[in-house]
Design a protein around this ligand. Structure first.
Ligand code: B4P
Length: 192
């Protein structure tokens, strides 16, 4: 299965993707994790991305597409994958569409985790205390939410217009949200 997870920062994409990867037995591709690995390795790409991420802005589309093409060319995605964190703007959505068409692996599901903004802020503040991620400070969080509204929210409409979108209530315990996503992925059997 090829699954796209959409949602604002703090909506639980990364959290659910880790559970879904075990359930579906497919790799989890998080562009945030790929970028953080480059930053940790101190690669030229990581050095370029580090400040941009800390400010809560988007890293360049060209870098992201190159990284994604590279990751999707690996053998372990032959049986499917969970993509989390990409696309984050309409240009990335169009690039992903073209890439998946070219490699003959169209997306099966696009799932949005819907969470009110006050709860997003609360969750990220919790993670800031637990993990101390560089972009979880209040100023970057404000910027990330603004970038989400301006650039990523239109991506949700892109998948809605393509008839691929399922919206899931992302409020509740992690197990409850997981159960909702899994049930949305079940094939619908016509009655009668
Ligand atoms: P990401 O790593 O994607 O970070 P994120 O949007 O904050 O989501 P994440 O998946 O980590 O958090 P989650 O909601 O699971 O991106 C970071 C940065 O990388 C971006 O700002 C950008 O600079 C760059 N980047 C990444 N992709 C890019 C792209 N395509 N183009 C350009 N730049 C890109 O969880 C948040 C917290 O909520 C956790 O602490 C979790 O424990 C908690 N939580 C989750 N579910 C919960 C629940 N049900 N109840 C209570 N708490 C919950």
């Amino acid at each position: 299965m090829r699954l796209l997870l959409l949602g604002a920062p703090g909506s639980g994409k990364g959290t659910q993707a880790v559970r879904l990867k075990d359930h579906l037995q497919v790799p989890h591709i998080s562009t945030g994790d790929l970028l953080r690995a480059e930053v940790a390795a101190g690669s030229p790409l990581g050095l370029e991305a580090k400040e941009v991420m800390a400010r809560g802005e988007l890293v360049s589309d060209a870098i992201l597409l190159g990284m994604l093409e590279d990751r999707l060319s690996r053998e372990d995605v032959a049986g499917g994958f969970i993509l989390d964190g990409y696309p984050r703007n309409l240009a990335q959505a169009a690039a992903l569409d073209a890439l998946l068409t070219r490699i003959g692996q169209p997306m099966d599901h696009a799932v949005q985790l819907a969470v009110p903004v006050e709860m997003l802020v609360e969750r990220i503040a919790g993670r800031a205390q637990d993990e101390g991620r560089a972009d979880d400070n209040p100023e970057s969080v404000r910027k990330r939410l603004q970038v989400y509204e301006e650039q990523t929210a239109p991506v949700i409409e892109f998948y809605r217009e393509h008839g691929q979108l399922t919206v899931i209530d992302g409020v509740g315990g992690m197990d409850d949200v997981f159960a909702r996503v899994v049930s949305a992925l079940q094939p619908v059997h016509p009655v009668g």
